[in-house]
Design a protein around this ligand. Structure first.
Ligand code: TXA
Ligand code: MG
Length: 339
């Protein structure tokens, strides 16, 4: 367990106390986690859970991740926990990992979309942990990402304020999220370990820990944009270019057509070929999957706000370390490929 007290300034501690009161009265509060900001509600209050779906505009059949603070409570929330799940939980919690397990009867079906399984996670952001600890033992928060359904997840408090200011009583500001992409979701139902969503914990570190290969459910879909749901879509159509050559020629085409285009690149050698002006703008992102993932959503939001007509992205390398970034880019490209 992280020692949270000396990491949190006094004024935030006061806001946490306010947030706990708000949660106890059945309201929804926004809080930072190390992955993205969450929209939390006390799982023991059905109307509060209902509010999450209403505020987000999300269908109530979509299951929510349940956040709690103490590993010792895992058996309170889940049943038939396999050995691999214990190994993962002990190693990666608190952290950006969600385990899908058989739910206990302390988890209401309204949280799981009617399923007998539940997504559980102990986040590692000190504000999230403090909030959960103050809420009390055997209490938990259902918390989806704090964005409107289908949009890019928020990685700073302003993203949440811009979307929901009038609808949420308390928005705790913990600064920019350290990871910037959602948690890795690992299903530990039955004996198999399956990655359902790549995210903040890499597939390689899971395989190294378990000393076994794990299957990645969405992997074969990642290079097939358009077959995915519109989750994480940008408002501006986004195209992924598989090579520097195709990126360069596509930029040129769009420029010829007078289409205002923003280009996200990782390769420094492309810079001399690209000139930024009012119709064309390039952004050099870090050529490292962790640093790229941390900046990705904030960059996509900035480009959306800047009224570009098209976003082009240099495809990430085709390897496991880049899987989470490739997955989110592919989902973001829906707005273009679905047309
Ligand atoms: O990093 C994160 O996981 C963030 C922060 C706030 O913790 N939360 C998050 O929640 O991304 P959300 O609701 O935006 O995404 C949750 C994903 C959904 O795709 C949902 O289908 C899946 O988790 N999920 C939740 N419970 C599940 C279950 N029982 N079985 C399969 N998938 C589940
Ligand atoms: Mg989400």
């Amino acid at each position: 367990m992280l020692q949270t007290d000396n990491l949190i300034p006094d004024f935030i501690n006061k806001q946490i106390t306010q947030a706990v009161m708000s949660l106890r009265s059945g309201n929804v509060v926004a809080f930072p986690t190390e992955t993205v900001y969450g929209l939390g509600a006390d799982i023991s209050q059905p109307q509060a859970i209902q509010k999450i779906f209403e505020i987000k505009g999300r269908p109530s059949s979509h299951p929510l991740i349940v956040h709690f603070a103490n590993l010792s409570e895992l058996e309170f929330w889940a049943e038939n926990i396999p050995a691999t799940a214990w190994i993962l939980a002990q190693h990666f919690w608190p952290g950006p990992l969600t385990l899908i397990l058989t739910k206990s009867n302390h988890i209401p079906l309204s949280v799981t979309g009617g399923q007998e399984t539940v997504g559980l996670r102990i986040p590692r952001h000190p504000i999230a942990l403090k909030l959960l600890e103050q809420l009390g033992s055997c209490k938990a928060l259902a918390a989806p990402s704090a964005n409107r359904f289908g949009f890019v997840s928020p990685t700073i408090a302003d993203h949440v304020k811009n979307a929901f200011n009038d609808k949420i009583e308390v928005i705790l500001d913990g600064g920019p999220c350290e990871v910037g992409l959602e948690s890795t979701i690992v299903s530990c139902i039955d004996k198999d370990v399956t990655i359902l969503r790549p995210g903040g914990i890499s597939v390689l570190s899971i395989e190294n820990l378990l000393q076994q290969k794990v299957s990645v459910k969405s992997q074969n879909k990642i290079r097939t944009p358009g077959s995915l749901s519109s989750h994480y879509a940008t408002a501006t159509p986004l195209e992924i270019c598989q090579s520097s050559e195709s990126l360069f020629s596509r930029s040129f085409d769009l420029l010829q057509q007078g289409i205002r285009t923003a280009v996200i690149i990782r390769s420094i050698h492309l810079i001399p070929m690209l000139n930024s002006d009012d119709k064309f703008h390039y952004i050099l992102m870090p050529n490292d999957p962790v640093a790229f993932g941390k900046d990705l959503y904030a960059t996509l939001r900035k480009l959306d706000d800047a009224n570009f007509e098209r976003i082009l992205v240099e495809a990430p390398p085709d390897d496991l370390e880049w899987l989470a970034v490739a997955d989110r880019l592919s989902r973001a490209s829906y707005s273009f490929t679905s047309k």
